[in-house]
Design a protein around this ligand. Structure first.
Ligand code: AKB
Length: 332
């Protein structure tokens, strides 16, 4: 494979001293605000623009540039990229796994049609483009423990299908047009200050909130459901690291990244070490359970570790201590 000589597109032309001008789509979802804060520390407040179709709460609005953008409106996207001289785009708009099953046509529009607009605007303006993929891009016929980067991908959710599509389209644009597309397959991401919206791994965020507030939690997955998970700080660092990696170090454009895998039972045991009166009960949601049962138990991320030096910091004990501290529990 090589980039055709007549390709109109070339990778983002930043000089050594330039800071990237960053646009984040889907900015008010679980990861956008955390990513914006993280990137603003590195690149400066005004170089990172958060966008969404929703109105930002005051504290987010006052923390840095926030604008309206609709990824289904190509002209609106182009105007934002041109007017703000955007060079890097992080595309976080997506309907997650469980909510996608509840609204397939909206998931198709946002996750597939929206992605097409993003790819085109990125290629047209020579942007460096990051699109998150997920463990949900694998399915019941993928090897599950561990799941390698390259294997059968036959997911059975619209979310998973749209993410395989994103991986393949991004790589196609890379080979065909030279688009600087970079993609990581995220595990379930656990964050303290922002709620996930409609995923299968959401229980692993909610448990901390409920444990501290009520001392108990009702879990919608079976106690033995093992899934790959990652603390948000590791996820954001991995995302910046792959975006900053020299192109020649990337032997592929879509990488698994991994940190830990645990079950609800194991997570509850770890919470109990801090809150001895904590109780977990189970009320299984059949849609989420079927999705979780088709996903990897663990991810093989050896290519990311080898190519650009990926290394996670947070394992289960540090994750639990950090989350409970954030939620204000008296951790012992
Ligand atoms: C979900 O559960 O849908 C997401 C994911 C693992 O991609 N958190």
């Amino acid at each position: 494979w090589h980039i055709p000589a007549d390709a109109n597109f070339h990778s983002a032309s930043l000089s050594e001293t330039d800071q990237p001008r960053v646009l984040i789509t889907g900015g008010l979802g679980q990861l956008g605000v955390g990513l914006a804060n993280f990137l603003r520390k590195r690149f400066g407040k005004d170089n990172v623009i958060l966008s969404d179709i929703r109105k930002p709460p005051d504290h987010i609005f006052h923390s840095g540039p926030c604008i309206y953008s609709d990824i289904l409106d190509y002209k609106n996207l182009r105007e934002i990229v041109v007017n703000n001289r955007i060079t890097w785009l992080f595309h976080y708009s997506a309907l997650l796994s469980a909510v996608g099953e509840a609204n397939v046509s909206l998931a198709k529009a946002v996750n597939i049609t929206g992605l097409h607009n993003i790819l085109d605007v990125a290629a047209e303006h020579s942007l460096r483009l990051f699109v998150p993929s997920t463990i949900g891009a694998f399915g019941p016929t993928s090897p599950r423990n561990p799941t390698p980067d390259l294997c059968i991908q036959r997911p059975r959710t619209i979310y998973g299908v749209s993410k395989v599509h994103a991986e393949l389209m991004g790589e196609y644009y890379y080979y065909r047009y030279g688009l600087d597309f970079r993609c990581l397959r995220y595990p379930g991401i656990i964050s303290a200050d922002s709620q996930p919206g409609g995923g299968t791994t959401d229980y692993a965020v909610q448990i901390f909130h409920d444990a501290v507030k009520n001392g108990k939690f009702e879990c919608n997955l079976k106690p033995s459901t093992r899934l790959p998970m990652m603390y948000i700080d590791d996820c954001l660092r991995a995302t910046l690291e792959v975006m900053e990696a020299p192109a020649e170090s990337l032997s592929m454009r879509t990488y698994n990244i991994s940190a830990m895998s645990f079950t609800p039972e194991e997570l509850a045991q770890e919470v109990l070490k801090h809150i001895p009166e904590f109780q977990i009960t189970y009320n299984v949601d059949s849609v989420r359970q079927a999705i979780a049962d088709s996903w990897p138990v663990s991810l093989d991320d050896s290519n990311a570790r080898k190519d650009w030096g990926w290394k996670h910091d947070f394992d289960l004990p540090e994750l639990v201590t950090t989350m409970l501290n954030f939620h204000g529990s008296d951790t012992r």
